[in-house]
Design a protein around this ligand. Structure first.
Ligand code: AMP
Length: 403
C-alpha cells in the first residue's frame, strides 16, 4: 500500500487555497531551546512549494507528550514557530493555547496567500490521540487541501493523521515532499534494492526489532546485527556475555529468529569481538573480548575484528539500510563501531550505493558525530522508519488513497 502512487502537493493547484499541512515538528527541546532543528528544516520544501504558488499554510503538529488536558507552556510550539519564521524569512503566527480554540480559528480565518499559521500542539487536546471525529472535523474546517508531510508520525492513527483526511474526503489529500522522499527511499530500498543489499541493525533492545529481522530475512543479502541487541542473540547461541545488556525474556525467541534467518538466503553477521569495560563510563579501562565475556565485564561496543567485517560488508553493498547504534555511542571510546559503520556507509554512497539511515537514535548518532552528509537519505522518523522496515501498516499514508 505504501508503495502505491499517491497524489503529491506539487500536483495540486493551491493558488488562493488554504492547505492544512500535518508536519512533524516533534523536535528535541532543552530548557525551551531546540537542540536539533532537522525536522523543521525538512518540512521547508513543502511549505515553500505552497507559499511560492500563492497558497496559504495552516500547519499542525504534536510536540512531546503533554497530558492532553490543555495548554502546557513547556510543550508549546512557539519556539518552533520562531525557528520556522527564520528559515522561511517570513512571519509565522502561533495563535492561542490550543489547535481548535477561538484564537486559532480567528488566525486561520484571517490568513491570506503566502501566509503561515502554525497551530498549537495537537496533543493539548485528548482528541488527537483518541482519533476523535469532532476534533478532526474542527481541524478539517481549516483547509481546502490536506497535505500529509509528517513521516515521523505516519505509523500512528492519530486524529490529524487519519480522521482529518477522512473528514476531508471531498478535498485533495496529498503527500508532501518530505513524506514522498522518505517513502521513496525506504520503500524502494526494501521492494527493489540494488544488490548486494545489507541491513545493519543495532541499539539496545532486540524486542523492538524482531518484526524488522523477520521482514528482512530472505530480502537482504546480509543482516548485520551489532549493539546490545546482539547479546540476546549470543546468549541464545549459548555464549556467556558477562554483565552486558540482555533481554532475558527474549532469549528463547532470539534462538527461533536465528533459525528463521538461517532458513533463508540471508547471511546473519554477528560480532565476533567486543570492547568491554567494568562500567559504562567515560575514562574506564577497556579490554577486547571474544564472543564470550567473562565475569563482571560489559560489552559496550563491537570490537576491532567485528568493525573490520561489518565495514567490509557495508562498503561493498549497493543498498544499505541502518537502524540502531553499534554500541554505547554517547560515551567515547564506545562510539568507534558506530563511527566505522557510518564511514563504511559513506564509502558505499561514494561507490554509487543507496544508503538510508533510520531516524531516532541512529539519525541522532550521525548528527552528533558530524556525519549527516554522505548518505543518500537520513530519515526523520525513528518508529516510522522501523515500521517501514518491518513491512507494517502506515495509517497516515494509507489515509491519502492512491492516484
Ligand atoms: P535503541 O533505542 O534500542 O535503538 O537503543 C539505542 C541505545 O542503545 C543507545 O542509547 C546506545 O547507547 C545503546 N546501546 C547500544 N549498544 C549498547 C551496548 N553494547 N551497551 C549499552 N548500551 C548500548
Amino acid at each position: 500500500m505504501t508503495t502505491a502512487p499517491r497524489p503529491t502537493i506539487d500536483s495540486v493547484d493551491v493558488a488562493g487555497r488554504t492547505v492544512l499541512v500535518r508536519v512533524d515538528f516533534n523536535v528535541p527541546l532543552a530548557a525551551g531551546k531546540i537542540t536539533d532543528d532537522s525536522r523543521i528544516v525538512a518540512a521547508v520544501p513543502t511549505i515553500r512549494s505552497i507559499l511560492d504558488r500563492d497558497g496559504a499554510c495552516v500547519l499542525m503538529s504534536h510536540l512531546g507528550r503533554p497530558a492532553g488536558t490543555g495548554y502546557e507552556a513547556n510543550f508549546s510550539l512557539q519556539p518552533v514557530g520562531a525557528r520556522l519564521a527564520e528559515l522561511l524569512g517570513r512571519p509565522v503566527v502561533v495563535p492561542g493555547e490550543g489547535s481548535v480554540d477561538d484564537a486559532a480559528a480567528a488566525a486561520v480565518a484571517a490568513i491570506g496567500p503566502g501566509e503561515v499559521v502554525l497551530l498549537e500542539n495537537l496533543r493539548f487536546h485528548a482528541g488527537e490521540k483518541k482519533a476523535d471525529a469532532d476534533f478532526a472535523a474542527a481541524l478539517a474546517a481549516y483547509g481546502q487541501v490536506y497535505c500529509q508531510d509528517a513521516f515521523g508520525a505516519a505509523h500512528r492513527g492519530d486524529a490529524s493523521m487519519v480522521a482529518v483526511p477522512d473528514a476531508m474526503s471531498d478535498s485533495p489529500r496529498v503527500a508532501g515532499r518530505l513524506l514522498e522522499a522518505e517513502l521513496k527511499y525506504l520503500a524502494d530500498a526494501i521492494e527493489s534494492p540494488a544488490r548486494p543489499f545489507v541491513a545493519v541493525l543495532g541499539g539496545a533492545k532486540i524486542s523492538d526489532k524482531l518484526g524488522t529481522i523477520r521482514h528482512l530475512a530472505g530480502r537482504v543479502d546480509t543482516l548485520v546485527v551489532g549493539g546490545a541487541m546482539a547479546f540476546t542473540l549470543l546468549r541464545a547461541m549459548g555464549h556467556v556475555v558477562g554483565r552486558s545488556l540482555v533481554e532475558e525474556a527474549m532469549i528463547e525467541e532470539a534462538g527461533e529468529i536465528i533459525k528463521a534467518v538461517e532458513a533463508t538466503s540471508t547471511r546473519l553477521l554477528l560480532p565476533t569481538d567486543f570492547v568491554c569495560a567494568a562500567a559504562p563510563e567515560a575514562g574506564v579501562a577497556t579490554t577486547t573480548c571474544g564472543r564470550d565475556i567473562e565475569g563482571d565485564l560489559m560489552g559496550l561496543d563491537i570490537g576491532p575484528e567485528s568493525v573490520a567485517s561489518f565495514a567490509a560488508a557495508v562498503r561493498g553493498a549497493k543498498t544499505v539500510v541502518w537502524n540502531g547504534p553499534m554500541g554505547l555511542f554517547e560515551i567515547p571510546p564506545f562510539d568507534t563501531g558506530t563511527l566505522a559503520v557510518a564511514q563504511a556507509m559513506i564509502e558505499a554512497t561514494e561507490g554509487g550505493g543507496i544508503t538510508v539511515v533510520g531516524g531516532g537514535d541512529t539519525a541522532a548518532a550521525v548528527n552528533d558525530l558530524g556525519l549527516a552528509v554522505g548518505f543518500s537519505h537520513v530519515s526523520t522518523g525513528g518508529g516510522a522508519s522501523l515500521r517501514m522496515l518491518e513491512g507494517g501498516p502506515m495509517p497516515g499514508v494509507e489515509a491519502l488513497g492512491t492516484v
